[in-house]
Design a protein around this ligand. Structure first.
Ligand SMILES: NC(=O)c1ccc[n+]([C@@H]2O[C@H](COP(=O)([O-])OP(=O)(O)OC[C@H]3O[C@@H](n4cnc5c(N)ncnc54)[C@H](O)[C@@H]3O)[C@@H](O)[C@H]2O)c1
Length: 401
């Protein structure tokens, strides 16, 4: 069976690597540089080994392309393109629309279309299917299903095989074929009664994280005001064997999912007349952590950051990945610069960002740790500046949340 996977980023390439063991996979991406690199067997995604890609390429079971001709004779298409927010922080389905256009205009025989991109309930039924039909020149009846992706980049204990996968087809035939596809490389498939339930479950999973992160971030501020250690308090609460799940404070939330997906849920809720005040508030609390941290650092440094050199340590949105999308470091740096600080950043995993290179981990007046990668030692961080503020809870001797 030939499988086309549209989008070869975190989600699409991860699926390609697993599917390549069983199917002929064509990875379609409109980024020429990514396509060239992938065809040389070089992976740009943590968790996808280049050696695995090379072995599928050698066996003739994987190739990347940006030519629509290469997906015309496929049996199954997976959509794995970005679903960001617009500048007004509303759901942006333009990438989904482009993927639907690629499918509609180029696939002339009936296939199963599975959406793995995260979006609001109703996207498969009311947006993807009609869009593909609109772009199609012939009257082909494709099958449609949703299976939201749960990949956690950089994580080794849970992967495609051992993470239960939700799915639902628009028709029983679509459900059966979707199960057949994923059951090759996923141990546990969970079918739900409608695509809307699967879409909503994915959004709720990430909203649960966003809200709990906001709660612990607010609690960090309360604990500081009361002169109590947040970390000791969380560890104490975590001794309760039921009804509590430990989240830890941070400079905010980053990545493509947690800062974005809850806004998809809030938008569709409000469109349907249901309030989403809790979700909206959680987003604000997380966004405001950057300013709270800069306020704390300023207060500890004679009330002024003007002209002081500040090194931001770790700009990736989480440890051990190079992903800087929606990183909290961005807002922290903005607030620091607004107050006249001379800011540089250090991140051995990211290397370069916004056209700037990672600075040495030394020589600053102030260092603020946003993300601590395993490759960076606590000792080196402590030696980087006379004043260190740690937002991660991993640099024991530093000041922090
Ligand atoms: N990254 C994660 O951890 C994660 C986890 C679960 C779900 N998701 C969801 O999966 C979807 C994809 O996210 P991602 O992290 O893989 O994004 P990504 O940015 O890493 O990759 C998307 C890829 O799609 C390509 N692309 C964009 N438009 C295209 C088009 N019209 N045709 C072909 N290729 C196109 C881009 O060049 C890019 O390589 C999003 O909806 C996201 O919310 C992501």
């Amino acid at each position: 069976m030939k499988v086309a996977i549209i989008g070869q980023g975190y989600v699409g390439l991860t699926i390609s690597a697993f599917a390549g063991e069983y199917f002929d996979v064509v990875g379609f991406d409109n980024n020429t540089k990514i396509v060239e690199q992938l065809n040389k067997g070089i992976s740009h995604i943590e968790g996808v080994e280049s050696s695995v890609l090379r072995s599928w390429i050698k066996a003739g079971r994987y190739r990347a392309t940006n030519s629509v001709r290469d997906i015309a004779d496929t049996d199954l298409v997976v959509i794995a393109v970005p679903t960001p927010l617009t500048s007004e922080r509303k759901p942006d389905l333009t990438f989904i629309d482009a993927a639907c256009r690629t499918i509609g205009e180029n696939i002339k025989t009936p296939v199963l279309v599975i959406n793995e991109s995260t979006s609001f309930p109703g996207t498969l039924r009311n947006y993807i299917k009609p869009a593909i039909e609109k772009y199609s020149t012939s009257r082909i009846e494709h099958l449609y299903a949703i299976s939201p992706e749960r990949v956690d980049p950089g994580r080794s204990d849970f992967n495609q095989r051992n993470t239960p996968r939700l799915f639902a087809g628009l028709t029983p035939e679509a459900s059966v074929k979707t199960r057949d596809f994923y059951s090759r490389f996923c141990d546990q498939l969970v079918e739900v009664s409608s695509p809307e339930v699967a879409e909503a479950a994915k959004l709720f999973e990430n909203t649960f994280r966003q809200v709990n992160i906001a709660l612990v971030n607010e609690f960090a501020q309360i604990a500081h005001a009361l002169g109590i250690s947040i970390y000791e308090t969380l560890d104490a609460a975590n001794t309760k064997p039921y009804g509590f799940m430990k989240f830890t404070p941070s400079a905010g939330v980053g990545g493509h999912c947690i800062p974005v997906d809850p806004t998809y849920l809030a938008a569709v809720a409000e469109e349907n007349g249901a309030p989403a005040t809790f979700i909206r508030r959680a987003n604000i609390v997380n966004l405001e952590m950057s300013e709270y941290i800069v306020n704390r650092v300023q207060a500890d440094n004679d009330g002024s950051l003007q002209g002081k050199s500040v090194l931001v340590v770790g700009v990736a949105y989480k440890p051990n990945v190079a992903d800087v999308r929606e990183t909290a470091a961005e807002l922290v740096i903005k607030h620091l610069r607004d107050r006249g600080a001379v800011v540089s950043w250090h991140d051995e995993v990211v290397g370069s960002w916004h056209g700037e290179s990672s600075a040495p981990l030394s020589g600053a007046d102030i260092a603020i740790v946003i993300t601590k990668h395993d490759v960076v030692s606590e000792r080196d961080i402590l030696a980087s500046a006379p004043y260190i503020f740690d937002t991660t809870g991993k640099v024991a001797e530093a000041k922090g949340l």
